[in-house]
Design a protein around this ligand. Structure first.
Ligand code: NAP
Ligand code: GDD
Length: 331
């Protein structure tokens, strides 16, 4: 019999890759999406005949309980969140409600419907914030620098607490930045890739960015959803840091992306303080030793391959005039 998985946030970047991954493994896949006034399922439309989509919201406990009672999953992947860091200063309460308390709502629903369901929580390297040591491992103390980071730290601790209080199989995956051509246009990597493609095609003349010195450990989302699944296949639940162990600056990302299409980035990039953050996370670098040794997880896509894939996909999309990307230019 196929295993049954329920994925919250299935319409997001990771949700779409995880759905593809689980379907390829033979799972019966169910996804939860919140109701929106316009369609937001672009990343999963190509899968629509292969899985079941349900409406539900992390703000509404009853929707979660009903969904679990209906689907009876073996595994729950809780990927839904308000995930854009700058918005978390503008909407700190909403971010806490969805990204923080939403985890308790989901965990508590699992506990009451069927506590043998395996649970994955999408935790984040943003919890390390103003890093206490480098690289960061499972033992590194948290120092979040945004309301989003604080909400994720809450989500992490409540996951560990439900595991220890009720013996649930609940894992927290502390994932470092992971990107792809499906990344939202407001995140820096996709913003750069999309702008490079637009400039190359004569649709734009400049790219306005904030802090070019920020450094991140960037990997490919397809590699990272594999790690999520691996965490739920172990004998015992645990928490894992997932990253490449390599760090690059925003400036390096920009250089490689412009280079790839034969342009000099310095002619197009304008630093705009509008994109500075009230408190910055200057650098993040993973120590993924535990994931490598216990899960056997290693990333397959290199940094340069990731940058080039993102630029090429945006070039393709714009050249074939996919209306979504033509219209959506980030201010
Ligand atoms: P994403 O593209 O922003 O996807 C987030 C998903 O959550 C979307 O499907 C969104 O739906 C859904 N959502 C938002 N609020 C909701 C609510 N109240 N109820 C139900 N669904 C809701 O994020 P991602 O990059 O795929 O990341 C997946 C998860 O991993 C997130 O929890 C993120 O915080 C975490 N994470 C991401 C990274 C990374 O580098 N990508 C690293 C560490 C952790 P809409 O389409 O309706 O907005
Ligand atoms: N978004 C954005 N836009 N970021 C910029 C810009 C810009 O114009 N210019 C410079 N940056 C810098 C930011 O200041 C930050 O230091 C870095 O680029 C990365 O920003 P984002 O791509 O927005 O990602 P993030 O690191 O803040 O958060 C992402 O990764 C987390 C894991 O560490 C998100 O996916 C989070 O949901 C995730 O938890």
């Amino acid at each position: 019999m196929s295993k049954i998985a329920l994925v919250t946030g299935i319409s997001g970047q990771d949700g779409s890759y995880l759905a593809e991954f689980l379907l390829a493994k033979g799972y019966e896949v169910h996804g939860m999406m919140r109701r929106t006034s316009t369609k937001s399922s672009g990343r999963i439309d190509h899968l629509k005949d292969k899985f079941t989509l349900h409406e539900g919201d992390l703000l509404d406990s009853t929707s979660l309980t009903r969904l679990l009672e209906q689907v009876r999953p073996d595994e729950v992947y809780n990927l839904a969140a308000q995930s854009f860091v700058p918005v978390s200063w503008e909407q700190p309460i909403f971010t806490s409600e969805v990204t923080g308390l939403g985890v308790t709502r989901m965990l508590d629903a699992v506990l009451h419907v069927d506590k043998s369901t395996r649970f994955y929580q999408a935790s984040s390297s943003e919890m390390f914030g103003k890093v206490r040591e480098s690289p960061q491992s499972e033992a590194t103390p948290f120092y979040p620098r945004s309301p989003y980071g604080v909400a994720k730290a809450y989500g992490h601790h409540i996951t560990v607490n439900y595991r220890e209080s009720y013996g649930m199989y609940a894992c927290s995956g502390i994932l470092f930045n992971h990107e792809s051509p499906r990344r939202g246009l407001e995140f820096v990597t996709r913003k750069i890739a999309n702008a490079v493609a637009r400039i190359k095609l004569g649709l734009d003349e400049e790219l306005r960015l904030g802090n070019l010195d920020a450094k991140r450990d960037w990997g490919h989302a397809r590699d990272y959803v594999r790690a999520m699944w691996m965490m739920l296949q172990q004998d015992a639940p645990d928490d894992y840091v997932v990253g490449t162990g390599e760090m690059h600056s925003v400036r390096e990302f920009v250089e490689i992306a412009f280079d790839h299409v034969g342009l000099d980035w310095q002619e197009y990039v304008v630093v705009d303080p509008k994109f500075y953050r009230p408190a910055e996370v200057d650098q993040l670098l993973a120590n993924p030793t535990k994931a490598r040794e216990k899960l056997g997880w290693v990333p397959k896509v290199t940094f340069e391959e990731l940058v080039r894939e993102m630029v090429d996909k945006d070039l393709d999309g714009l050249a074939t005039k996919k209306p979504l990307d033509m219209k959506l230019k980030v201010a």
